[in-house]
Design a binder for this molecule. Structure first.
Ligand SMILES: Cc1ncc(COP(=O)(O)O)c(/C=C/C(=O)C(=O)O)c1O
Length: 348
């Protein structure tokens, strides 16, 4: 039976015997090799880490289980977060599982319906603001200074601790760290967490080498790439529609210490990668296609990965944004309910 992140990696986590061993079955997600795209792209070994297989459909569950368990240990009765969707879905699920109240502050109109549905059904107190994620996060900072409610955004160090376990799983599965880790960058907690995990495993002698961290932002929401905050971030990859990442500096450390990079990809490049992933049987939400979009951009720029081992992190399940997939299909025909009518459509 799945132990969950806290039990599986207890000795690497800041937990005590008073930390509740909370779990919804997060972690231990598939690391799937993709021969079809290795051939198409000329990559030595290409793996996808399917974080959409977590209980609420994104990598957030790894960090949230830690943040909520520690909030209980510290006597909180409620959690709060700003979110582009997945953080709030995860926070509300783990709060519900623990009997805590959850309050979420979200940018109005810019949240995938699947994520909003989760927050509603798990019982969150939902407040939509007439503003963006960055403004929502500033409100949450002030709220947690004034009221006894636990902040569970990725500035909460317990979130980073939980999320670093994905790096552990990759090394445990491959027997080594990959040459490159390709990952989307929004609020920049996840790239920070992965780098922390790889470094810890390396220091413990469980990984002989370290990967180059390859982070990707959406062109319309690329503050780290452009070197300044973006007041009105815009991208269809709404999960990373963030203009002033809370972990900006730590993301730059991960980039520089690993001799990697943080670059940007257009919405068109993201959607091309989204469909290319789907053509190989992998359904990620648009933000989760940014890593493959970045890899394709590097290849088009002449970088040779033919002898490289690469992991792309599929951070969220494509079902969260299913309307994007359906809109893209341009509709489909309806036939009479007969064998003949179906064979006619098939041209058989
Ligand atoms: C699918 C998906 N892929 C990538 C990111 C970026 O990770 P970070 O760089 O650690 O922020 C997010 C982030 C979402 C939120 O920030 C939120 O839900 O509030 C995401 O949901």
């Amino acid at each position: 039976m799945k132990q969950g992140v806290i039990e599986h990696y207890r000795k690497y986590l800041p937990v005590t015997d008073k930390t509740p061993s909370l779990t919804l079955g997060e972690g231990d997600t598939p690391l799937v090799r993709c021969p079809k795209l290795e051939k198409e792209l000329g990559v030595g070994e290409l793996y996808f880490k399917l974080e959409g297989c977590n209980p609420t459909g994104s990598f957030k569950d790894r960090g949230m289980v830690m943040a909520v368990a520690k909030a209980i240990e510290d006597g909180f009765k409620a959690v709060v977060c700003a979110s582009t969707g997945n953080t709030s879905a995860s926070a509300t699920a783990y709060a519900a599982a623990s009997g805590l109240e959850s309050i979420i502050i979200i940018p109005s109109g810019k949240i995938a319906l699947g994520k909003l549905a989760q927050a509603i059904v798990y019982g969150a107190k939902i407040i939509q603001i007439k503003g963006n994620f960055d403004q929502a996060l500033q409100i949450v900072f002030k709220l947690t200074e004034k009221h006894k409610v636990a902040l569970v955004n990725s500035v909460n160090p317990y979130r980073i601790e939980g999320q670093k376990t994905a790096a552990f799983e990759i090394v445990d599965a491959l027997g080594k760290a990959p040459d490159y880790l390709f990952i989307p960058v929004g609020n920049a907690g996840n790239i920070t967490a992965y780098w922390k995990g790889f470094k810890e495993y390396h220091q413990l002698g469980k990984a002989a080498s370290l990967p180059k961290m390859m982070g990707f932002q959406a062109e319309g929401a690329a503050p780290i790439v452009r070197g300044h905050a973006i007041a009105e971030p815009e991208t269809l990859a709404t999960a990373i529609r963030i203009g002033n990442p809370a972990s900006w500096k730590k993301a730059e450390e991960a980039r520089d210490e690993s001799v990697g990079l943080i670059d940007m990809v257009s919405d068109a490049e993201i959607m091309a990668a989204y469909h290319k992933m789907a053509s190989a049987g992998i359904f990620g939400e648009p933000a989760s296609a940014a890593p493959l979009a970045g890899l394709i951009k590097r290849i088009k720029g002449g970088q040779d990965f033919s002898a490289s081992q690469i992991v792309c992190v599929v951070t969220g399940n494509g079902l969260k944004d299913s309307d994007i997939a359906i809109k893209g299909a341009g509709g489909f025909s309806e036939t009479e309910a007969s064998l003949g009518a179906v064979e006619k459509v098939l041209g058989w």
